[in-house]
Design a protein around this ligand. Structure first.
Ligand code: G6P
Length: 367
């Protein structure tokens, strides 16, 4: 089949802009929107009885899994271990009876992720695949599949598949929380309501495009960028760094904001931008005090926060991207957009091949 770019310059741009629609589509598959409850297809295992969850994935899908770990732990009190699939497959990790292994993959063909699924199968785990290609090998070999309904993704750097993975995993975490008696019916409604809001909030985030395009001009002149976040914003910081290095070839690292003083603070100077993902959530103040340390050393801060956060930040920044206020549960889905836009516009300024970056493949089917 043929997928066209339409009015967009690159597939990546088209796919970023499709996110409100495909995330809505994915959410509609897993939620009863009218009653504000989760409604998953029947699973061949009991969420209430799970001992532990093990997640394996590669690249962007791995960061979706890391975010889901925070959700499963917080909303379902399920302990989660997660590893990149290339490590998981050889680690010989003992996996408990009544353990659930989740693999996450856009293509469903990534060799290391498939091998991780097979290892978990040998260890007698329940096998769940979150995949975008329903006919893929991983989908066929898993006991159950939760499809992400992102549609074909052409850009090598994953965007809409990532947010659809998050939408699916968020619904699963809420379902697990309900099944395990951790969240009440009322809390479930609150979380589902927050998810239903995501497509609208994503459109607001996309409106930041021109501002981010402007910012990208100075970004394109730098050699290194540090991305920081706490809580679910920490994996998103790593995803932001990955997006930037994949398509602009600028070196970037994602770090937990609290780890700043254990190393990366030594790198702070007036040249290296520090992108801080800090919605006004329970850990906002902690992140801000880390940022004061960056500011005190003359660091260049790009703050991505919300209206309330921008009011409370009391911080000298080079730029502040202001997102709408939202439930902290859903921030990774919506904050994914400014970090994607920043990588995209920087790559466009650099003149790289955005959809086909050098040395990278869309699907890595060899080890
Ligand atoms: C490659 C792609 C990434 C992707 C990763 C995992 O590295 O360039 O965008 O996140 O593979 O692929 P998968 O298909 O398993 O999600």
């Amino acid at each position: 089949f043929l997928v066209e770019k339409g009015n967009f310059r690159h597939f990546m741009a088209k796919e970023m802009h499709e996110q409100p629609e495909v995330v809505a589509h994915t959410l509609a598959h897993y939620l009863d929107m009218a009653n504000e409850t989760v409604q998953l297809p029947e699973l061949p295992f009991d969420l209430a009885k799970l001992e532990r969850v093990s997640i394996a994935a590669c690249g962007t899908a791995y960061y979706a899994g890391l975010i889901a770990k925070y959700w499963f732990e917080r909303y379902a009190r399920l302990s989660v271990e997660i590893d990149v699939a290339s490590e998981f497959r050889y680690r010989e990790a003992p996996l408990p009876a009544d353990g659930l292994a989740i693999v996450i993959s856009q293509s469903g063909e990534t060799a290391d992720t498939l091998a991780s699924l097979r290892y978990a199968g040998q260890e007698k785990q329940h096998l769940l695949a979150v995949v975008n290609v329903p006919t893929s090998t991983i989908a066929r070999e898993a006991h159950a599949v939760l499809p992400t309904l992102a549609g074909p993704e052409i850009g090598v750097a994953s965007t809409k598949a990532f947010t659809c993975q998050l939408a699916t995993l968020a619904a699963l975490a809420v379902a697990a929380g309900r099944a395990r008696g951790v969240i009440s019916a009322e809390e479930e409604r609150g979380l589902v309501h927050a998810l239903v809001e995501v497509p609208r909030l994503m459109n607001r985030a996309l409106d930041l495009g021109p501002e981010i395009e402007h910012l990208a001009r100075s970004f394109a002149k730098t050699k290194d960028v540090l991305y920081l976040g706490r809580g679910t914003s920490f994996p998103l910081a790593m995803e932001g760094a990955l997006k930037l290095k994949e398509i602009s070839y600028i070196h970037a690292e994602g770090y937990a904001a609290g780890e700043l003083k254990h190393g990366p603070i030594a790198l702070i100077d007036e040249n290296m931008p520090v992108v801080v993902i800090a919605p006004h959530d329970a850990v906002f103040e902690k992140t801000m005090s880390n940022m004061q340390e960056v500011a005190a050393r003359g660091g260049r801060i790009i703050l991505i926060t919300d209206e309330t956060g921008a009011k409370h930040a009391a911080l000298e920044t080079e730029a502040t991207l202001v997102m709408p206020d939202m439930n902290p549960f859903i921030t990774p889905l919506v904050y994914a957009i400014p970090i994607q836009l920043l990588a995209y516009h920087t790559a466009v300024v650099m003149g790289t091949d955005v959809d086909q970056p050098r040395n990278l493949a869309k699907s890595v089917t060899v080890e």
